[in-house]
Structures are given as structure tokens and as C-alpha cells.
Ligand binder design. Sequence first.
Ligand code: IMP
Ligand code: MG
Length: 178
Amino acid sequence: MLDWASELGEVLIPQEKIRERVKELGREISEVYPDGAPVVVGVLRGASVFHADLIRELHFPLSIDFMAVASYGNATRNSGEVKLIKDLETSVGGADVLLVEDIVDTGLTLSYLLGNIRNRQPRSLRVCSFLSKPARRAIDVTVDFLGFEIPDRFVVGYGLDYQQRYRNLPFVATLKGI
Ligand code: IMP
Ligand code: MG
């Protein structure tokens, strides 16, 4: 066995809590789209796990799409430069868009994405983020639906990575030494 689990610090959010919260988020979001049919946009790669679970808690018609961005900086800190790597395939002009993120840290990535999507004039644009670190916020961004607030710790799991690893953990944990 690789020395993998031993690199983890503490489990901040266990699998069962995630499952319960995602179900609740599904109910909250369902109240906002009574007519259904939003485009639920996942931000690759971090939000892929959350997006996949969340859409199965939305029991009304919808479509999905993905965007990918690169944020430049070192391994655990964002430099503030954001670049679009993969664009939507759907034209979202006039559509109800729900943007699904893994985590809002400084808010720079989300602010970039919101500006980019807003330019296409969707009918509505809302944000659902799995995690938020409010202590780190540099830009004020509105998150309409939030899974969990966490302290200023670097976390991995449930889609979040450290150097592309740990995304497949079914829980959220800290890493030793970070
Ligand atoms: P922001 O632009 O500073 O809000 O950063 C958002 C992006 O930074 C997220 O989409 C993540 O990819 C990454 N990020 C921020 N904090 C963490 C963390 O604790 N673990 C893993 N990735 C993180
Ligand atoms: Mg991300």
C-alpha cells in the first residue's frame, strides 16, 4: 500500500454529513426553480464530485455543462490570475444558470466566472458552492447555496485536490504539515 492515508490530518467533514447536506441543498435549490430547466454548470475539476451528487438530488428537468479555469499561484495559494481553459457548450443567454463550485476561498475564481457568464446575459445566475472559507475572502461574492463554511485550512477530498491527488476521498480532510 502507498503511504496515502497517513498523509491526512483530521477529517473535517465526514461522508455522512456531506450526504445529508447535499440532500438538503437539493431541497433548497428545488424551491428556487419551480419551473425547472436550469443549466447546472460544474467548474472542473474540483466541483465534479459535488456536481455529480447534487444533480441527483434535483428532482426536476435540468441540463448540465462544465467550465474549466486555471488559477495561477503556488500549490495552496491563489495568485489572482484566472484563465478560461474550457468553455460552456450551451448558449446560456436567457437561461437560468446555476454555477456549482467546490470552494470559494479568496473569491477571485468565482468573481471571474460570474463576470464571464453574466456577459452572456442569462435570465438568472446563482451559485452553489460546496465549501467556503470566509476568513480568506478578498472579493465580495454572493453564494446563494452553501454546503459548509470551513476555517482557513487547506483541505482535500470530495473533489478537492492537493497537486491533483485526493479528489477521490469521500470525505473532507486536512493534510499533515499544511
Ligand atoms: P479562490 O479563487 O481563491 O476563491 O480559489 C478558488 C479555487 O482555489 C478553488 O476552486 C480551488 O480549486 C482552490 N482552493 C482554494 N482553497 C482550497 C483548499 O483548501 N483545498 C483545495 N483547493 C483549494
Ligand atoms: Mg476549483
